[in-house]
Design a protein around this ligand. Structure first.
Ligand code: A3P
Length: 312
């Protein structure tokens, strides 16, 4: 990191996560919270990402279905390149197949001439996307998820990443921190709101997907996704079962049981692949929330997002 960047980051508001035994410190930048490493990557992306009109940005707050959306989008755009038995999704973690803006901006820009993959993933809030994104008019797909399940998913992911047991990482504290808006790329409500407002202004540019809807109605939503990103299924493909095959390939049951996702770890990475595949169950929050917690989060969500009509 350059010393000027280091200086900027050090002047930002900081929060050390006590429920993670102080192992993580978050920084607040442009009204969102994140770790130093991702923040530096985000600032670099703001400075150097040159979005092109043909790019498709896959945007999400963490733990809302990023892994699933990336898998589906990758399978859709590469379906002619790889047949089902040869897709890299069977042998690599999807995060190695679709680049992540905050970690790989130099690689993305360096590969422009050699890569035909239009997909780039990011957790940056809408207001903090590199200026080139709006200027290029490229497509954006945004996925969001029930906030209570996001809180539980976030709790386990971060706890396990820090190798802490549930006894050592009190859920109540993680919950309170999330309610205060201090979550990775949070406040979560603001993350959704930023993309929501932008999608109202330019609906042709931003597709909003809800994790629970994708589960309930995979066929119609996967077709919508394919059409939106410029790779619609032909009638013949539909008849031949291509949509169903992509849904099966990218299902939690299939991907979470692959050896690479059970025991693998990206080269040079510290997180095990299995951490991206936990339970994928709607309503898992009921196993963790007290009545008071439910009431508190519902009230906050209603205050912040009630006017949008979005149901979380
Ligand atoms: P749980 O922790 O509730 O199980 P992200 O990809 O944004 O990090 O979100 C991770 C969540 O998505 C985890 O939720 C994970 O299990 C779930 N997930 C991962 N792959 C999935 C898939 N193919 N289908 C549905 N859910 C998936």
């Amino acid at each position: 990191m350059s010393s000027s960047m280091e200086e900027v980051v050090e002047t930002l508001p900081q929060h050390t996560c006590s429920w993670l035994k102080g192992k993580i410190t978050m920084h607040k930048y442009q009204d969102f919270w994140t770790s130093k490493q991702l923040l530096v990557g985000g600032i670099l992306a703001q400075q150097s990402f040159k979005a092109e009109p043909s790019d498709v940005l896959l945007c999400s707050a963490p733990k809302t279905g990023t892994t699933w959306l990336k898998s589906l989008a990758f399978a859709i755009v590469t379906r002619e390149k790889y047949d089902e038995s040869a897709t890299p999704l069977l042998t690599k973690l999807v995060h190695e197949c679709v680049p992540f803006l905050e970690r790989q901006v130099e690689e993305i820009e360096g590969n422009r001439k050699n890569s035909s993959l239009p997909l780039v993933a990011t957790h940056l809030p809408y207001a903090s996307l590199p200026n080139s994104v709006a200027a290029s008019n490229c497509k954006i797909v945004y996925i969001y998820r029930n906030i209570k399940d996001v809180i539980v998913s976030n709790y386990h992911f971060r706890r396990e990443a820090m190798k802490l047991s549930m006894e050592d990482a009190p859920f109540e504290e993680a919950f309170e921190e999330f309610c205060q808006g201090i979550s990775s790329y949070g406040p979560y409500w603001d993350h959704i709101l930023g993309y929501w407002k932008a999608s109202l202004e330019t609906p042709e540019r931003i597709l909003f997907l809800k994790y629970e809807d994708l589960k309930r109605k995979p066929t119609s939503n996967v077709k919508r996704l394919a059409e939106f990103i410029g790779h619609p299924f032909s009638v013949n493909e539909e008849k031949a079962g291509v949509v169903d095959n992509i849904i099966k390939l990218c299902s939690f049951e299939n991907l979470s049981n692959l050896e690479v996702n059970k025991t693998g770890k990206p080269e040079g990475g510290s997180l095990e692949n299995r951490l991206y595949y936990r339970k994928a169950e709607d309503g898992d929050w009921k196993n963790y929330f007290t009545d008071e917690m439910k009431e508190k989060i519902d009230k906050l969500t209603d205050e912040k997002l009630g006017h949008t009509g979005l149901v979380l």
